[in-house]
Design a protein around this ligand. Structure first.
Ligand code: PRP
Length: 183
């Protein structure tokens, strides 16, 4: 396991604990890749990564899916108080790939309040995909208002502020290879 206290990537911040280390993440991502491969025996599969948080998870995940697929991205922004999601989501980047008739797998780093997914899923549903599923690396299991449950989940997340492996604090720490909670 990486020693968080000695990690120069933290620029002086203190990590409370490493919630998921590199080996644990890699093993679970390999399992998810196998689950996803088995779940889509035929048809077009489009893996849609929600940026920015999913960029590392998505790159590792697609290399563990051993069937044909395409990759595209979504960039969404939420408005309102930075600490409490406002529920208003707008797309800054819309996938160029046609979604109609395709099996879509939306990849998220973490499901927190579930508001991002509620908005995005209804928006994607309007484009008549053959199927639409969610793969989330982390799920806080606090999203009472989530209308769309994730079919594939990496880990139940502790109720702490998590950074690393794509997750940020004020845009920092996304590049940590492990997931940690900040002090
Ligand atoms: C974070 C995270 C999820 C979303 C989860 O994204 O990456 O997309 O919030 O929160 P919710 O379930 O309460 O909607 P953020 O808006 O911070 O953007 P980022 O992916 O660029 O970090």
């Amino acid at each position: 396991m990486t020693s968080a206290l000695a990690d120069p990537r933290l620029s002086g911040r203190t990590v409370r604990r490493i919630a998921f280390d590199e080996e644990t993440i890699a093993a679970r991502v390999a399992e998810l890749g196998a689950e996803i491969t088995a779940a889509y025996p035929d048809g077009d599969l489009l893996v849609l990564g929600l940026l920015k948080g999913s960029f590392i998870f998505l790159s590792d995940l697609v290399r563990q899916i051993t069937r044909p697929l395409q990759v595209d991205f979504l960039v969404a922004v939420s408005y309102g108080d930075a600490m409490v999601s406002s529920g208003t989501v707008r797309l800054l980047y819309d996938p160029e790939t046609r979604l109609e008739g395709k099996q879509i797998l939306l990849v998220e780093d973490i499901v927190d309040s579930g508001r991002t997914l509620n908005k995005l899923m209804s928006l994607l549903e309007e484009r008549s995909p053959r199927s639409l599923e969610i793969c989330a690396l982390l799920h806080k299991r606090i999203a009472d208002e989530l209308h769309y449950e994730a079919r594939f989940v990496g880990f139940d997340a502790p109720h702490e502020f998590l950074v690393g492996y794509g997750l940020d604090h004020a845009e920092n720490f996304r590049h940590l290879p492990y997931i940690a909670s900040l002090q």
